[in-house]
Write a protein that binds this ligand. Structure first.
Ligand code: EPZ
Length: 424
């Protein structure tokens, strides 16, 4: 019988984080850009690619479809999609992460056909894809969902107007992908404005597409015959990774300079961190966060960009768990994104999970404990909590964290954290 090694992190806490950290390329951009390359009947180069498991599996899937992928370095890839010869993505692989749904928009655009397993990803409650399907059908696609897979086919994709019932990052990007090579113009209204939506549009335009208005709530895609490719594109810095380190400076009463980030993408968080009583200094592509004060309580409501990002909600939760007084977080994007609070309560926090909101009764300090990551951002939050806590913590279920953070323990160690990954 094969031996399974399970990694865990062992963290000795009571540490103030100090120093500099370099931010990687954005996970939520990279996992869209890689399938988007399928729209190019040729070669392109992508740099600043985060070396994370979601990226690796995206590349493996493309190779199954006929792509030739060359890793020039840990963070640079050349993708040659000249000979795509399959439009059925391997079901066992697509269910491992959420962004596999971008294969549908790209394969539809390139080949008029796509068969992809229902997407996986973090368990944050219901994650329907009705808006993706609404968009594909509006463009003239026939969509069927059966036996755990989505089959989509279209003789001709015809540009049209699509009004999204709610702001959806995934649906906005997927409809954009399907309309790049469509006949005529597609208008996407009530579109998502996240930095990764803009990054995908910029990438496609670099490769020869004609997309306007990304970053606003109305995106216009003028269909083109072909994407030339033969160009290089650098993935946008990860807004959420940068925010994770900004909040770890607040929680540990540290002093961290976050390099290679885009400060404007973090305006909302910066305003909240100042409300917490910490200091923020912004420069061209870096942000310094420092404090030696007790954290002020505050209230948070997660919203689509440029509102407070739901993917920083758990990390903010750690700060509010040790703040002065009572705070409330209202989670307006996902139905169940407070699973991490039960783990924080094992560390001495006093948090009441009420489903779509949670009440944080600030405590003086946290204590080390064995905890487990329920999803990617919960995992990052628990690392921060363990670095703050008195004593030793262990953190399991690291596969969630490895899906979205590149070398996270090394980056924290370079800031002074006592953190070790051990295999058992
Ligand atoms: C993206 O998920 C991100 N994932 C998520 O980050 C992030 O939490 C989310 O956007 C919101 O910012 C990736 O980019 C791979 P949505 P996505 O479509 O596209 C509802 C992380 O930690 N909705 O914007 O799946 C949906 O239920 C991950 O990196 C529909 O009802 O999110 C949710 O309530 C976790 N029907 C809301 O819209 C649809 O067809 C926003 O979802 C689509 C969405």
């Amino acid at each position: 019988m094969g031996v399974i090694f399970l990694d865990k992190l062992v963290i000795k806490g009571n540490t103030k984080l100090k120093g500099e950290v370099h931010i990687s390329g954005a996970k939520n951009a990279a996992v869209a850009l890689i399938p988007a390359t399928l729209l190019i009947e040729g070669v392109c180069t992508i740099t600043n690619v985060p070396n994370i498991s979601d990226v690796k599996i995206s590349c493996e899937i493309l190779e199954q479809l006929g792509s030739k992928i060359t890793w020039i370095s840990n963070n640079e890839i050349i993708i040659d999609n000249t000979d795509i010869n399959c439009t059925d993505a391997p079901l066992d692989m697509t269910s491992k992460f959420r962004a596999s749904y971008y294969l549908i928009g790209s394969l539809l655009g390139r080949c008029g056909r796509a068969v992809v397993g229902l997407p996986g990803g973090c368990n944050l409650g219901a994650r329907p894809i009705d808006q993706h399907i609404k968009g594909f059908e509006a463009l003239g696609t026939k969509v069927e969902i059966a036996q755990g897979k989505i089959s989509a086919s279209a003789k001709n994709l015809i540009g049209t107007s699509i009004y999204m019932d709610m702001v959806s990052v995934g649906a906005t990007i997927n409809v954009m992908l399907a309309s790049v090579l469509a006949k005529g113009t597609t208008i996407i209204e009530n579109a998502a404005k996240e930095p990764h939506v803009v990054d995908v549009a910029n990438f496609l335009n670099t490769m020869g597409a004609d997309i306007r208005g990304a970053g606003t709530d109305v995106i216009k895609v003028n269909g083109v015959q072909k994407l030339q490719g033969n160009a290089s594109y650098s993935v946008v810095p990860d807004q959420i990774e940068a925010g994770t380190f900004m909040l770890s400076a607040v929680a540990t009463k540290g002093d961290i300079t976050i390099r290679n980030c885009i400060p404007e993408h973090l305006d909302c968080l910066t305003a909240k961190i100042i409300e917490l009583g910490a200091n923020v200094e912004v420069d061209n592509d870096s942000i310094r966060v420092w404090t030696n004060k007790k954290i002020n309580s505050t209230n948070i409501k997660t919203q689509p960009y440029p509102g407070f990002p739901t993917d920083l909600q758990p990390q903010m939760g750690v700060c509010l768990a040790i703040a002065n007084g009572t705070s409330i977080i209202r989670e307006d994007i996902w139905d169940s994104r407070f699973q991490y609070t039960a783990e924080l309560n094992k560390m001495g926090a006093q948090i009441t999970d009420q489903g779509k909101s949670a009440i944080f009764q600030g405590v003086k300090e946290l204590y080390g404990a064995p905890v487990s990551a329920s999803d990617l951002r919960a995992g990052a939050a628990l690392i921060i909590a363990a670095i703050v806590a008195k004593g030793e913590s262990t953190l399991t279920n690291l596969s969630h964290i490895d899906r979205g953070y590149e070398n996270i323990e090394e980056k924290f160690r370079n800031l002074g954290a006592n953190i070790q990954r051990i295999s058992e």
